[in-house]
Design a protein around this ligand. Structure first.
Ligand SMILES: [Zn+2]
Ligand SMILES: [Zn+2]
Length: 361
């Protein structure tokens, strides 16, 4: 397939760079000041840092701060991560659990209640930070349920632009929402850069052929305008923020990428961590890691026992699990996990959709 010039795929070594935002976009951003309300109990912060330092520093620092009250505003240089989704591919509640006449699923029946933390859509994380031209929102994965997640959390947290999407792997719960990005590129911003490994781009050429090769669509059809950038298993920079790929296995012979930015490590889909990846996880302050089910691992995902083994090995300051299936009851599992703090000094909890952490990058 022939690629249009704006969508040419360029292999990059270090420092993938995208064109700067259009002038009209800068003014659009300034209409949405980068303020957060201090409602979330899991707030993390530290000393402010310049954008230059963000690029140059190999390791960054974050620490906990006390909230100053409901709805208080924090300075423009404050960064945060938002858990856009924390569940499995089919989502929680499972429809099949709700229609089962023989057995009531305890977790799925709770998950239908509004605001229940067992309600989980496809795993995805938003990294949000300030830059001179306004806020920057970098999304990791846009899966099948991306629209529903965005519908819930973007207005809630005042998220307007999507400045880049970084792809962990090409399963449907990681890339199924690429088509939904059309709303942004038609109505908010001219285009969205996508950062993906070559192998996953090859998949997108088939699953989203009309987004890769826009000559395939009828002129004037308003599909997502995406710029594909190929990443390798080495650090790259998106909007001044360095991301280091964390290569892992997600089933035998199938590669997925986690990402480290600052001292935050995000690994959403993993069944095995190669030895070469462990050094990249050193001095991790916040580890966000796959934990599918409470009892055992599957062929493609860590279960909770294995995930805890890895936490003991990696020794992050704090761990939040993601990618939980319906067997993981949020409150019950967390009650068990909180005991590990006293017993072993492990700060481990399940994350949940909409969880927002204030961080320093
Ligand atoms: Zn269920
Ligand atoms: Zn997957």
């Amino acid at each position: 397939m022939r690629l249009q010039k704006s969508q040419m795929v360029v292999p990059h070594a270090f420092g993938v760079v995208r064109p700067g935002p259009a002038p009209w976009l800068r003014s659009a951003r300034s209409a949405y000041p980068f303020y957060f309300s201090r409602k979330d109990p899991f707030s993390i912060s530290g000393n402010g840092s310049s954008r230059l330092n963000r690029v140059l520093r190999a390791s960054l620092h974050s620490g906990f701060v006390t909230n100053s009250g409901e709805g208080a505003q924090v300075p423009v240089d404050q960064s945060e991560i938002i858990f856009v989704g924390t569940g499995t591919s089919e989502g929680i509640p499972r429809v099949s659990c709700l229609t089962n006449p023989d057995k009531k699923c305890p977790v799925c029946s709770k998950a239908i209640e509004p605001g229940n933390k067992n309600r989980r859509l496809n795993t995805s994380l938003l990294v949000r930070f300030a830059r001179p031209s306004g806020e920057c929102n970098i999304l990791i994965d846009a899966g099948k349920f991306f629209y529903h997640s965005a519908l819930k959390w973007f207005p809630t947290y005042g998220i307007r632009t999507i400045d880049a999407v970084i792809i962990t792997h090409s399963h449907a719960d990681a890339i199924g929402g690429l088509d939904d990005l059309r709303d942004w590129t038609n109505n908010v911003q001219p285009s969205i850069p996508i950062y993906t490994a070559e192998r996953d781009f090859e998949v997108m050429k088939k699953t989203h052929y009309y987004l890769v090769d826009t000559s395939a669509i009828i002129p004037g059809a308003a599909v997502s305008a995406l710029q594909f950038n190929i990443i390798k298993e080495e650090p790259f920079i998106v909007d001044d923020l360095q991301f280091t790929p964390l290569p892992v296995w997600h089933g035998r012979g199938y590669r997925s990428l986690g990402f480290r930015f600052g001292n935050i490590c995000y690994i959403s889909d993993v069944s095995e961590i190669p030895e070469d990846t462990y050094p990249l996880l050193e001095n991790c302050e916040i580890l966000i890691m796959d934990a599918l089910r409470p009892d055992r691992s599957s062929s493609t995902h860590f279960g909770l026992p294995r995930a805890l083994e890895e936490v003991r090995k990696i020794r992050p300051k704090r761990t939040l699990f993601t990618g939980m299936m319906h067997l993981m009851d949020h409150d019950k599992v967390n009650e068990g996990l909180v005991k590990l703090k006293e017993a072993e000094g492990l700060d481990v909890q399940l994350s949940y959709d909409g969880l927002r952490l204030r961080v320093t990058l």
